[in-house]
Design a protein around this ligand. Structure first.
Ligand SMILES: C[S@@+](CC[C@H](N)C(=O)[O-])C[C@H]1O[C@@H](n2cnc3c(N)ncnc32)[C@H](O)[C@@H]1O
Length: 368
């Protein structure tokens, strides 16, 4: 059967049954046929359309059928947060970012992403004087260069849809993934603003003695649109740098033991790093998304300086650490203690006392 396609596929949820749901898939081609598909999730329905396409039971114009376009129309499944703080400034979704992001409509002021770096290659390193495996988990195991490129392009494209027109995205990485990330950003129309080098002041030694000690990570900062100006707290960054322009090399220590009070995440970022990122590119009350939340360092830093956070994490163990970390700062003493340990917070408040107190009237909430 050969049909010419006039437009995109539209998928509508008909009636949710227990476990099994029925989706009505309308293909807007010359014959305007309607397919009925049984599936237990929106993703399964989309996969089934792809299968029909591959089996040539329907013939579609590939360019009309980008995965995101199809998925973006499947919005009827209700999202239930795994956790939400009482003040609604910290929400966690438990699941796959590729499935969850297309299921809701919301635009964030800023996105920080610390995606898999794909460096779990069975190598070894040294931690606290002990030889340890560099493997972080199955989620970090590398694929072919093509697979890594495709992975980065897919999630960055989904994030782009969730960013305000004047919003910015920060993405961290090492040489393993950062070039692929930069290419994807450029291909998707972002404008790269800076590549910050995080120079670790206390890196672990290189035990092979065959390379220089690895002591840096990179964080690309990009804005969504080449034309729309982005937000940069230039004056604040300058003040935090003893009244000299802040450069793109940030000397900050690796994570400290006090940051692991709720459990260990193998690639947890330091709060000082995330605080600086958020301070540089957002104002109070801003909404921040982290699609690979891990232990939610982004969310904790955001809440310590009056910003709001949505995090998505797939692993139960890590989302539980995230929840505990947020509950922990409900204790005013802990909250104050953490703030006092992060130099940029203490120094910002010297210049502008109470600069991180939220204004409730500015509150715009998530759609779930
Ligand atoms: C590099 S870690 C992030 C660490 C985080 N920045 C922190 O400070 O704790 C990446 C995280 O993404 C999660 N992850 C990987 N693929 C995912 C996916 N498709 N959906 C949701 N989470 C995912 C992993 O479980 C891991 O916790």
């Amino acid at each position: 059967m050969i049909f010419s396609i006039l437009s995109q596929i539209l998928i509508l949820l008909l009636q949710p049954n227990w476990l099994q749901m029925e989706y009505q898939v309308t293909i807007k081609e010359t014959l305007s046929r309607v397919l009925r598909i049984d599936s237990s999730s929106a993703k399964e329905a989309v996969d089934r359309v792809w299968e029909l396409y591959r089996n040539e039971e329907v013939v579609l114009d590939y360019s009309d059928l980008s995965f995101c376009d199809v998925f973006a129309d499947v919005t009827k499944e209700k999202i239930t947060p795994y956790y939400r703080s009482a003040s609604r400034d910290f929400t966690l979704l438990h699941g796959d970012t590729f499935e969850l992001l297309p299921q809701f409509d919301f635009h964030f002021d800023m996105i920080f992403a610390d995606p898999p770096y794909f460096l779990s290659n069975d190598g070894i390193s040294v931690q606290a004087g002990k030889i340890v495996s560099v493997n972080k988990g199955e989620w970090d195991r590398g694929g072919t260069p093509e697979e890594i490129n495709e992975f980065n392009k897919r999630w960055i494209s989904l994030c782009r849809d969730k960013l305000k027109e004047d919003g910015t995205i920060w993405i961290s990485g090492t040489y393993h993934n950062i070039f692929s990330v930069a290419n994807s950003l450029t291909e998707l129309g972002f404008k790269i603003l800076n590549v910050v080098t995080w120079a670790k002041t206390n890196p672990p030694p290189n035990i092979s003695c065959r390379y220089f000690t690895y002591s840096t990570e990179f964080i690309i900062w990009a804005r969504k649109s080449a034309k729309r100006p982005h937000h940069f707290n230039y004056e604040l960054m300058k003040r935090l740098n003893d009244d000299k322009q802040m450069t793109d090399v940030w000397r900050l220590p690796a994570i400290a033991p006090w940051e692991k009070s709720c459990g260990k995440h193998p690639t947890q970022k330091p709060l000082a790093l995330l605080t600086r990122i958020i301070l540089a590119s957002t104002n109070k009350n801003a909404w921040i998304l982290d699609p690979f939340a891990g232990s939610s360092t982004t969310g904790i830093a955001a809440n310590l300086i009056g910003r709001r956070f949505l995090g998505i994490e797939r692993e139960q163990e890590f989302i539980e650490i995230s929840r505990k970390r947020r509950e922990e700062i409900n204790n005013f003493k802990v909250y104050g203690n953490y703030r006092s340990k992060i130099k940029d917070i203490a120094r910002s408040e010297i210049y502008e006392p109470n600069c991180f107190v939220c204004e409730e009237e500015a509150f715009v909430d998530l759609p779930f």
